[in-house]
Design a protein around this ligand. Structure first.
Ligand SMILES: [Cu+2]
Length: 157
């Protein structure tokens, strides 16, 4: 009987060790990505859902309680729509308020610290679309109500 329980304990330990090695192996195999010198531009665009039929991949809706969902994980090249469905005007932009410099894409025509910035207020029914090419976790916020925040996590394709 004692020998049997020793075998059981041994078996459990062996399973744990093998499981641990498999998990470690999986984690160490996480995709590596070497970014090009310049990622393609995300080309943000502002529009109105009634008039503009531009396509997008993922929707974040802004209601009176903030961004929903606020935190998303997407693959590189995913176009995200920030749609204002609240009673107030909003201004989605890269963190961190007020400089907006965290997202690394920056073009000469950008209004503040990065290209990930609607650069204008959005009324109810208006949206801002932006395509994320830079891999990383990018905090964003509503520039008009900076306590409303979220994070776009972009994974390598
Ligand atoms: Cu801001």
């Amino acid at each position: 009987m004692e020998q049997k329980s020793l075998w059981t304990v041994g078996g459990i330990l062996l399973c744990a060790a093998v499981g641990g090695i498999l998990i470690w192996h999986h984690l160490s195999q996480s995709p590596s990505y070497t970014p090009p010198a310049q990622e393609p531009p995300g080309k943000g665009v502002v529009g109105n859902v009634k008039l503009n039929k531009d396509s997008y991949d993922t929707l974040i809706t802004y209601t009176d309680s903030g961004f929903t969902p606020s935190d998303i994980t997407i693959a590189q090249g995913t176009r995200v729509r920030f749609l204002n469905n609240s009673a107030q005007e909003i201004w989605p932009a890269s963190g961190i308020h007020p400089t907006h410099t965290l997202y690394p894409e920056k073009e000469s025509g950008d209004c503040l610290g990065s290209s990930f910035d609607s650069c204008t207020t959005l009324a109810k029914g208006e949206f801002y679309d932006f395509t994320f090419y830079y891999v990383g976790a990018w905090p964003y916020h509503d520039h008009l109500h900076a306590y409303q925040t979220g994070t776009i996590t972009v994974t390598a394709k």
